[in-house]
Write a protein that binds this ligand. Sequence first.
Ligand code: M6R
Length: 609
Amino acid sequence: MCGIVGYVGSHQAAPILLDGLAKLEYRGYDSAGIAVFDGKKITSHKALGKLKVLNEETHGGATLPGTCGIGHTRWATHGVPSVRNAHPHFNSDETIAVVHNGIIENYIKLRKMLEGKGYQFQSDTDTEVVAHLLDYYYDGNALHTIAKVIERVEGSYALGIMFSDHPHHVFAARKDSPLIIGAGENGENFIASDVPAILKYTRNVYYMDSLEIASLSPDHVRFYNIDLEEVPKELKTIEWDLSAAEKGGYDYFMLKEIYEQPKAIRDCMSPRIRDGKVAIEELGMTDEEIRRIDRIYMIGCGTAYHTGVMAKYIFEDLARIPVEVDLASEFRYRNPICNAGTLVVVISQSGETADTLAALRLAKDHGLKTLGIVNAVGSSIAREADHVIYTYAGPEIAVASTKAYSTQLIAHYLLALKFGYVRGMVSDEQMGDMVRQMEELPAQIDLLLQSKEKIQKFANRYLAAKDVFFLGRGQDYATALEGSLKLKEISYIFSDAYAAGELKHGPISLIEEGTLVVALLTQDELVPKMVSNMQEVISRGAFVMAVTNVDHPEVEKTAQYCLYIPKTCRYFTGSLGIIPLQLFAYYIAIGRGLDVDKPRNLAKSVTVE
Ligand code: M6R
């Protein structure tokens, strides 16, 4: 979603804004703009398309002199991608500039009210109402004015604001959309949607809470609540390096992140294993509390939801707790049946996904215990959930999630083992054995990654595929869902995943001569059933690529192409089965000449509903 950067200090602002926006490109955008205050007036420039255009048209920012500014990459929600809808937006005499991430839900009503008072709008955006509303309420006091505007607007927002009456000041406000404040050491301060935008300049950040306002000058950062009482805030240090958010020799972030999976898994797993047993200290739940859990809701969107689907099979088997999996966008409008023994697990890489955050809040409103499985440290979900397990995948930049998925799976394994053990379903011996096998996963993934050429060769045969089907049963169905999402989101080839038993109830009518079917067969007891399903589609002309392990010669006999994964405990096969599917999707997209990291219409972090 949109990216925001703001700077106030002694250096030229525009090059810093352009550089910061470039670090936020991964969020997805269709236009960009910057506004700089030169001591007398605010000047701006906006461009449609890639940042390169804005960079060229402003000569790297040189045409906009000044040491205080705000910048924005826009991912269109209200109004088509165009220069006039790009941010910053202004009041009529251009003395107030605004950049915004989020959606102002009551903007039509506010726009009508403002138009009735003579305000003229230049764009179709919801954001422009904020600029005019600031003008409408402006009384010379910036904080006072912003607080009044916040009382009037409904929805979600991260705002960066400049007033020409307040030189050397940038203001910020947020509700439900991410925004951090970077505290520089040499008389400069920053605002940003995410850490990579400012990491070159500072590691010291403040996380703003919802309904807070910040005022930044070169030598101060102050925070206020909606009543304009100053709020004390703790400075946090970012522990990871910028190199973690750079390509490091890989052509695309996605490939780098695929290759980072063994390390990410180790980082997620190691701190939670002691003496061959799972020990999750930060869980903050007593054994008694774990024993009292009688229902779990797994909630997430996209890839995170798919790890929830996988977790259902594992938790129900290992811990004997009933699990319901729900898409956050559905759960948030349900009236969930729950009691004191219900645990709601919300899963999110970014920790900022609007639907997942809303689902978490709904659960809390029902008085339910909540646990976040989150990657982004300090994100909204991490701060609002009762308990948090960080996945420690490091920054994930590519829109298509890979290492976040793999580490979310590890978090589920750890939790399911812990819950199963505490509830007496997993013995000491089983625990030791499963932990040992889990610890082998990074090396096994390394091994799988070595066969990338084989997968690339196969992918090249299907660059022109019209549609691809992914089939699996049990846990393999969860992997099929994720494999299908990876392919469609970056290659734009239609694909769908089915629980293989459902084939005969409709989807088989879609199979025709040459249709590619990817079949997952990693669950030993389900292999015979899956072999029948493969035969059914092959006899209707499909070409089947199977992902399995070496123990099943009958699979090799039936499928036209086989990829093998190493043997592991039946609960962990999903961690291995997904690797060839990630590579397959990647190489198809590369072969089709697509921008793998920034697929069309998608944003990394979906902070609006
Ligand atoms: O940040 P989150 O994990 O909450 O994001 C959820 C989905 O938007 C995300 O997994 C999305 O489906 C990815 N593009 C999948 O690769």
